[in-house]
Design a protein around this ligand. Sequence first.
Ligand code: ZN
Length: 439
Amino acid sequence: MRTLLKNGRILDPSQDLDEVSSLLLEDDQIVGYGREFENVEVDETYDCTGMWICPGLVDPHVHLREPGGEEKETIITGTQAAAAGGYTTICCMPNTNPPLDSPALIDFILDRAASPEAGGVFVAPVGALTKGMKGEELADLAAMKKAGIIAASDEQFPIQNALVMSQAMEFCVQLDLPIMAHCEDTNLTRGGSMNEGSISAMLGLRGIPRSAEEIAIVRNCLLSLHTGCQLHIMRVSTWGAVEMIRQAKFLGAPVTCEICPMHFTFIEDHVGEFDTRFKILPPLRTQVDIDLIVQALADGTIDCIASDHSPHASHEVDVPFEEAPFGSAQLESAVGVTLTMLTHKGVLSPLETINKLSTKPAEILRLEAGTLKPGETPVAQICVIDPDCEWTFDRHKTFSKSKNTPFDGMNLKGKTMLTFSGSEIYRDALFPDSRYTLS
Ligand SMILES: [Zn+2]
């Protein structure tokens, strides 16, 4: 069966490609792109005029909550939400219950993700770095790597002991396994729920100082520099953090980092009247931080954009601010928010935007993804985006089980229209039927 994605702007950072053309698929594989394919006899045609045809998006940082948190999200609902967001590969975090610290649990995740009810998205599991994510004894990383983990992380329970982290890095060098690190000195943050500053003081909330993040980043970057361990720093939030990472890269440390949309969109003021949708870790900071973060996105210091999709059930967030969990649902808003806040404001070109959302995270975590080159992904992984579609984000029209999101009601410009993973796994209701013809 042949499928033609016709007359779109093909954006593929892996080939430095930005041109209006058509992309041909034969069964579940990409054949190639070119105007000549428009004359080939095909079984179905998608008219992509005015749209971007990109490699399927890659999210390095997603919480699927299964096992143990099925009231928040499941592997099935989470992968469906990912497909609706344009993602074809997502990395799932190990802070489940129990934590993903054994090969049996990795097998479970991969089996569930491959089930027919799931969204058709590739799930790349991240294993726990230490047993039970307790920060003491290393988990069985070699066995988990054989089972399919692509990195190791203790996520929101970062290793506090520098000796343990140093040993973890030395071991991961031998295994050729990247470490993903949420950087936080928990002695400085305990009990905190928002950025430390005048607003936390006014609201009477315990603050989370920026130094808690920056100290942990400096330590981890130095350990990475001296051990040679590949380190990916998760969701940076302060200008100081960005400067530390810039310096580490300058010194030659194998360090990369990500940002999530909330940290380039909102500031501490948005917490307003104790709005738990704006509670995130690390916390929302200030406009000065956003201004420098935007520069760092443009100059490449910040390598990629992760959703940090952190779904919670509504009863968990309908509580006083201090008691609410950190994080919110993000997979289905990330493209719209990124285009609205960065691309349409001229911070990132369309090609750079897709690089941060697809090709670069795939390269960092060595995933077979993030490219439209024939044969370089297991099946054709494609995302079609209408960059000019103006819409209002409505949490009730999402696939995620979690309806807790700060982007609800926000006007966005740019929307995922189609997602392919071998075949079509998502088509947006706004994609006009007249643009899709079975010939
Ligand atoms: Zn996370």
